[in-house]
Design a protein around this ligand. Structure first.
Ligand code: IPE
Ligand code: IPE
Ligand code: MG
Length: 250
């Protein structure tokens, strides 16, 4: 039933009511590979291609921000081979991004704690940050969540805020949601209106816990490497049919 409804929604995107910010939990790479008799790392490679495809499509549609979950604070529990393969793929992607960001007007930002990330990757992320700083604020922005956890993001924000209080720059009696949002990795970016999770799992797995307060959630059984433009159309069309009340009565 849900599948039929999803199929019917493809191609029904109202371009005048697009979400400004779409977030995706890029899940299902491992299962995609296993089903083909391939190593899990082949799934991550296909997943990286899906990201490239969907980021380009979001930019062309006119979505302002795409935030993707690439590696969680919990994903270090995986084998060293798998973690290394993911880091290598990220390096390859960032090297290409450094070359093409300016030409394609794509801003890149990272959410997450970069301190345990390999130095080479950190340096590349620093380079993409510098390019992003020069690009127009209105350009499409992709946020890559790397060693990211929603709880960890909140704890890091609290730490920075507490340090500012100790330094006399903040006063605890003045804190409010807007001020606190400014300490998050997502500072200055509107909350995602739509969060998509492929691969059939119905959980957030520690993704954007602060920002998801009123996000619309969309799940599909499609595995991330198979997620294409039509799938994104379906998710956006479903989002556009939701009645967003924000606690009020209409
Ligand atoms: C998502 O795909 C990518 C990462 C978590 C890094 P998975 O690797 O979790 O794929 P499944 O869930 O095992 O199929
Ligand atoms: C969430 O997927 C993290 C990313 C997609 C990067 P997981 O595969 O790690 O989540 P669980 O373990 O199924 O909750
Ligand atoms: Mg998974």
């Amino acid at each position: 039933m849900a599948k039929q409804l999803n199929a019917a929604l493809a191609g029904q995107v109202d371009k005048s009511r697009l979400p400004r910010h779409v977030a995706i939990i890029m899940d299902g790479n491992g299962r995609w590979a296993t089903r083909r008799g391939l190593p899990r790392t082949a799934g991550h490679k296909a997943g990286a291609e899906a990201f490239r495809r969907i980021a380009t499509y979001c930019k062309n549609l006119g979505i302002s921000y795409l935030t993707v979950y690439a590696f969680s604070t919990e994903n270090w529990k995986r084998s060293e081979t798998e973690v290394n393969a993911i880091m290598l793929l990220l390096k390859k992607y960032l090297l290409e991004a450094v070359d093409s960001m300016e030409r394609d007007n794509i801003r890149l930002r990272f959410f997450g704690d970069m301190t345990p990330i390999p130095a080479e990757l950190q340096a590349l992320a620093h380079q993409t940050d510098e390019i992003t700083a020069h690009l127009d604020q209105g350009d499409f922005q992709a946020n890559i969540c790397l060693n990211y956890g929603g709880r960890d993001e909140i704890v890091r924000a609290v730490r920075r805020y507490a340090e500012d209080c100790v330094a006399g720059k903040q006063n605890p009696s003045k804190i409010n949601e807007t001020l606190f949002s400014g300490y998050m990795d997502s500072a200055g970016i509107p909350d995602p209106e739509l969060i998509i999770r492929p691969s059939g799992e119905l959980r957030l797995s520690n993704f954007l816990l602060w920002q998801c307060a009123y996000s619309e959630f969309y799940a599909t059984d499609t595995l991330w490497p198979d997620f294409d433009e039509a799938e994104l159309d379906r998710a956006i069309a479903a989002y556009q049919q939701r009645d967003r009340r924000f606690g009020a009565v209409k």
